[in-house]
Each structure stands twice: as structure tokens, then as C-alpha cells.
Ligand binder design. Structure first.
Ligand code: SF4
Length: 360
């Protein structure tokens, strides 16, 4: 394992279901994560993005060993954590923490803020008595909360403050690796930037390694160093943030990026729309899993599964045609011109014209 790498996954697979249920046969097998390999370097912010249901949160939980893989392994700082005993894993939890999406449901409403933040310190035997109180006060200060808030309950705080409490709880034991599972998506837009800035400051101050799970590409563009794009349980593209946003190679990534709104007043942006719903993870399509929605599909895409391969400069892509696709700009126009999309645009334009004729 490379010394720069803190977390490494090898061919991780996680399937749910598939149990025998008499007299109805077996429950469907959900292919949540299928053959994912990646490495996260020390001190970087590694983003995992994709549509809802693509398996990104399951992958995050596998990396933290919160759930056991069906097959494959996870290494943390050179140790294979998937082979560790439950006792050894409990010790490792100090180093690996998670910030949950929903600050409302992730905090026990019957515990005070002080008890919530102190709990992991007690469980790991890190502090007690006066030292425990001092540590709780210090970590509350560090996340921008007043130490006297320790006596209050979570319901007395706003959404942003509750997420700060969640962050304080995650950081209490001094972890080295923190996963943020959609850490701001449940918050008001006005306070998202504050929480993201806080995470960035804490990362720099404490030397953390961050994995951010998100569907919001604008957020990823602002915060990450490298990005893995997931589709139906697989990584389809992995690259540095700049390479991914400037020259996306996979058709799925291109569509995701083309759908980001352009915040320029007065400029109309035709947002590219991904046609159709993602297939069910209980019955992923053969070959390339994106072939049912890809505008470039060819015969090979239906029969052969593309592997994630190095496209140079640390950019990896899983697409049979990655070297032959037109540059993103020309191809984005192709998405807008898709028949169903063209039809919707025509209807929309007709409705707009009718409204303006009627003086609305
Ligand atoms: Fe599209 Fe084929 Fe590439 Fe899959 S392998 S993304 S179907 S072009």
C-alpha cells in the first residue's frame, strides 16, 4: 500500500437481500455496490457523487466498516480492517467517524449536547471527570458553539447548529478519517456554505482526510480534490476535480455536469436532461449499466461490461468508447437535441408564446 494512501478499497461488493423466503422463493438481490476499488490519500477531500440510489452511501459505510462487505476488502493505514475482530474494530472507530445527513434524526433528543459529545470520549475511555468536561467545551468551541450549550438539548437549536453538534460528536475522539454523508443537503441553502467552510477549516486545522458523499456537483466543485462518479453500484469515472469538471470523459458524468444551473443573470441555460429512470439495482442491465440511457450506445456496450481503466494523468473511465466520443461541448448539444427533450422544449416554447400573447 502506498504510504500516501490512508484508505483503500479492493473490489468491494455489497449485495442486500437474496434470502430464501418459503414459499415464495428468494427475495430480490439488490446490487448496491459492485466491484469498487479506490484509494483515498492522506489529507485529501475525496468526493463520491451520483444519483440517489447509486450506492454511494453504502460505499461510504463499507469504507468505515459500519457494514460488512459481501466480498472484497478495505485497508485503513495499512491494516485490513475487513479482517479485524469486532473488538479491534471498536478501537479503530476512534480514527474513522461519520457526519450524518440529517442533524434532526442523528442526535438522541433525550441527551444533552454535552452528553452527546462526551459519549464517544467515554466509550473509548479517552477522558472522564473534569478532563471530559474540558474536552467537550473545547470541541464545542472548535465547531463554533458556546461551551454553555452543553447543558441544552438538540431541539433547542437550529438545523445548522445541530449539524455543528453532529460534527463536534464526530471529531470528539480526534479521528483521522471522516466521512460526510450528504452533510449539508438537509440544511437551508443560506447555512450550507457556513458548514462547508467549517469542514474545510477543521480539515486544515486537524489534518483530516475527508470523504464527501454528495449529489450536489456545485458543492463538490467547491470542496473536493478528487471525485469518483458512481452509477448503479459501480464507479464509472474517477479523476481530479479540475480534470473532471473541465474534461469529463464518461457520458453519464457529462450529463450530470451539463445539468448544473449556470448562475448568470439574464442568460438562459438549456439544462441537459438524462432521459429515463435508472434501472433497478435488483436487475442491473448486462454490459455497460448505463447503456439503457446512453445516447452513444453501440453493440459492444450491451454485451461487454467496461472496466475502469487509466486514461492518463490519474483520470480513469469505464466506457468502451471513451477515446472516440466527441468533446463535451458538441456532445452536450446532442443531449439537448434528443427527440423527447426536443418535444418538451417545443411544448414549453409554445406555452411561453401563448402566455405572452395573452398578456401574462
Ligand atoms: Fe455509453 Fe457504451 Fe460508454 Fe456505456 S460503454 S457509457 S453505453 S458509450
Amino acid at each position: 500500500m502506498n504510504a500516501d494512501v490512508l484508505v483503500e478499497a479492493h473490489n468491494l461488493v455489497k449485495h442486500f437481500g437474496g434470502e430464501r423466503r418459503l414459499p415464495f422463493g428468494r427475495t430480490p438481490t439488490i446490487h448496491a455496490v459492485d466491484g469498487v476499488s479506490l484509494s483515498i490519500r492522506r489529507g485529501e477531500t475525496f468526493a463520491i457523487v451520483g444519483e440517489s440510489g447509486c450506492g454511494k452511501s453504502t460505499l461510504a459505510r463499507l469504507l468505515l466498516c459500519l457494514i460488512a462487505p459481501t466480498s472484497g476488502s478495505v485497508m485503513f493505514d495499512g491494516r485490513e480492517v475487513t479482517a479485524e475482530s469486532p473488538q479491534a474494530l471498536r478501537g479503530l472507530r476512534r480514527d474513522m467517524q461519520i457526519i450524518f445527513q440529517d442533524p434532526y434524526s442523528s442526535l438522541n433528543p433525550r441527551m444533552t449536547v454535552g452528553e452527546l459529545v462526551a459519549e464517544p470520549l467515554k466509550v473509548h475511555g479517552i477522558a472522564s471527570g473534569r478532563d471530559l468536561d474540558d474536552r467537550v467545551a473545547a470541541v464545542l468551541r472548535r465547531v463554533g458553539l458556546r461551551p454553555e450549550y452543553a447543558a441544552r438539548y438538540p431541539h433547542e437549536f437550529s438545523g445548522g447548529q445541530r449539524q455543528r453538534i453532529g460534527i463536534a460528536r464526530a471529531l470528539a475522539c480526534g479521528p483521522r478519517f471522516v466521512v460526510g454523508d450528504e452533510p449539508v443537503s438537509a440544511l437551508d441553502v443560506s447555512i450550507r456554505a457556513q458548514i462547508i467552510n467549517l469542514l474545510e477549516d477543521l480539515k486544515a486545522e486537524l489534518g483530516l482526510t475527508l470523504a464527501l458523499v454528495a449529489h450536489d456537483l456545485a458543492l463538490i466543485r467547491h470542496t473536493s480534490d478528487r471525485v469518483a462518479v458512481m452509477y448503479l453500484g459501480e464507479i464509472v469515472e474517477l479523476a481530479s476535480r479540475d480534470a473532471l469538471f473541465e474534461m469529463p470523459r464518461h457520458p453519464y458524468t457529462r450529463t450530470l455536469l451539463a445539468a448544473i444551473p449556470v448562475p448568470v443573470p439574464g442568460r438562459h441555460h438549456h439544462r441537459a436532461v438524462l432521459e429515463g429512470d435508472p434501472p433497478s439495482p435488483a436487475a442491473p442491465p448486462p454490459g455497460c449499466r448505463f447503456h439503457t440511457r446512453c445516447p452513444f450506445v453501440e453493440d459492444i456496450c450491451v454485451s461487454e461490461r467496461p472496466v475502469l481503466r487509466d486514461a492518463g494523468a490519474g483520470h480513469s473511465v469505464a466506457c468502451h468508447l471513451a477515446d472516440r466520443l466527441p468533446p463535451p461541448e458538441r456532445e452536450a448539444a446532442g443531449f439537448v437535441a434528443a427527440p423527447a427533450r426536443r418535444e418538451r422544449l417545443a411544448l414549453f416554447t409554445a406555452a411561453q408564446e401563448a402566455a405572452s400573447r395573452n398578456g401574462h
